[in-house]
Design a protein around this ligand. Structure first.
Ligand SMILES: C[S@@+](CC[C@H](N)C(=O)[O-])C[C@H]1O[C@@H](n2cnc3c(N)ncnc32)[C@H](O)[C@@H]1O
Length: 211
């Protein structure tokens, strides 16, 4: 499967496939991101990147799809904002070490080895106090059929993400079912895993649960 061609084709429409509003979980924690640059991985059409730019962060959005990132620039321009973008496969993309105030991974579903490698690079990429924010579908999503990959290997669990993200302190880590209404592609009750994790001396909140 040529995933780059798949996503370029998918984004080759006027509508924003995942909408123009940010992911709900990211929106709920975005005010905890310290000032400074933010890296959005697998950012597609830019809804999350543009939201973070609206909060004052310099944002770099990475995706394999040039069509998606062209729409991301269009959305930013429409809001009177600007973002930087990089067309790249996550297998090749170098995450600048110790640089980022936050690294965001929303519904970026990668094969297990690449997912682990990207997440380990993300841990190194955060500056002290920086945040990793992610939401993904879990294997339980296969029963819902409301979005996401159909291949179980592409669907991470909280336990897998905990292993990937060793070196970060967990602030929020939970698997849950929620209604996801994000564009036409993600709509309905869904099984997701949400992570907010911090680099360096933060105290985990009462929500912490790695089980
Ligand atoms: C489900 S979409 C989510 C887009 C965006 N994060 C959002 O929440 O709207 C998944 C995105 O990941 C990108 N992607 C998947 N595998 C990738 C890879 N290996 N390298 C770069 N981008 C990738 C796709 O091109 C697609 O834009």
């Amino acid at each position: 499967m040529d995933w780059q061609a798949f996503w370029n084709e998918r984004y080759n429409v006027d509508d924003y496939v995942f909408g123009t509003e940010p992911n709900d979980f990211l929106r709920s924690v975005a005010d905890q991101i310290p000032p400074g640059p933010v890296l959005c991985l697998g950012e597609g059409e830019g809804r999350n990147a543009v939201h973070l730019a609206s909060l004052g962060h310099p944002v770099l959005a990475v995706d394999q799809s040039a069509n998606g990132l062209a729409k991301a620039h269009g959305l930013a321009k429409h809001r009177g904002l600007s973002i930087e973008t990089a067309v790249a496969d996550m297998a090749d993309f170098q995450i600048l070490p110790g640089h980022w105030s936050a690294i965001i991974s929303i519904f970026l579903h990668l094969p297990p080895e690449l997912r682990r490698s990207v997440n380990q690079r993300a841990v190194l990429g955060l500056r002290p106090g920086g945040l990793y924010v992610s939401e993904h579908y879990t294997p339980a999503q296969l029963a819902h059929g409301t979005g996401g990959p159909k291949e179980v290997a592409l669907l991470p669990t909280l336990a897998l993400l905990r292993e990937d993200l060793q070196g970060l302190e967990l602030v929020i880590g939970r698997e849950l079912e929620r209604s996801v209404v994000e564009g036409s592609a993600h709509t309905g009750q869904a099984a997701v895993v949400q992570v907010l994790a911090r680099k360096g001396g933060a105290t985990p909140s009462a929500e912490t649960s790695w089980t």
